[in-house]
Design a protein around this ligand. Sequence first.
Ligand code: P1T
Length: 386
Amino acid sequence: MKKKLDISSKIIHVGGEPDPTTGAIMPPIFQTSTYVQSSPGKHQGYEYSRCHNPTRTRLEECLASLENAKYSMVFASGMAATTILLHALPQGSDIVVGDDVYGGTYRLFTTIYEKIHNFHFIDTTDLKKTRETIRKIKPQLVWIESPTNPTLKITDIEKVCKIGKNHGALTLVDNTFMSPYFQRPLDLGADIVLHSMTKYINGHSDVVAGALMYKSKKLHDKLFYLHKSMGPTLSPFDSWLVIRGLKTLAVRMEAHERNAMEVAEFLEKNKYVEKTIYPGLKSHPGHLIAKKQMSGFGGMVTFYLQGGIKNSKKFLESVELFALAESLGGVESLIEHPAIMTHASVPAKNRKALGIDDNLIRLSVGIESSKDIISDLKQAFKKTFS
Ligand code: P1T
């Protein structure tokens, strides 16, 4: 019955069965490192918490069902999920990567893992170029972020997955910005979904965590072996916090989107803004693809402020309700400067080519009153330009 539920009900109920021994409606935090065995090797499915933990299992069950996957594995951060996935590929794999990805992902690929795999960065919104590159390189993996961080480019996930499949490549989608509530890449043909659960899935800026979701048992066995051997384990308490935060994902995402749309429309009309980027705006080049593959446009808005770095800094120092901080997807509104903060590890030349300019500002629009959010931006414009 639970498999057939709507996503907003699955968020609350899958993995959330009352505790069988006490009836407690919330799962217990199994704050234990080990489990007693009745005879050597004879146990109840749990041996050691680096490998398995019942609180973590509850979370993994729910996450797998939200992405319509068979399996999910959680990790101590989004980057830990990425690391383990890269180890699951044969050494020397070719990986085609969307050119605009989170700065930390770019850093990991181009410094630590460039000695192990070959990364080919391309604009995956350009289907012709993507088809040609995949046909030529025959990669093991295609890595897409959609919408991208920070310029919110939209890749046609279904089409890229098809191209990948035709040439024997798996496709991974980093679905952090949308959460499974607004976008489910496995339904569009992807093989693996990655989340930084630090963002919308947990939603309360109090946990760092990551997850992978997929259907293949072979991949699951490989990832489980790597997880147990390498130990990027999410603690029972953090697993429980994510279970708790996740319960309100549906209402939070609806509120983020409502507010982000209002903010984007406000910015688009503002005389001090050169350009506003939000997939929900008709002016966004990926608007129609976004409409096709997402059921909402999310809470992230970026814009180019008039003037250079001086104005950007002044604006970022002037906000009062928005907090100037890295990260996104929490209930509170955050603002940041990608070139100096989240994407500082992307070389200046690449940043320029991607449009991560000194006047690009990224907003993670929270779920406060939209009136207060917009008043805060108004007063920051006034302070910056008066
Ligand atoms: O921070 P961590 O949980 O390790 O997740 C890394 C990560 C992966 N994928 C995407 C799309 C991300 O945005 C992130 C983390 N991003 C930020 C911290 C940020 O402010 O953009």
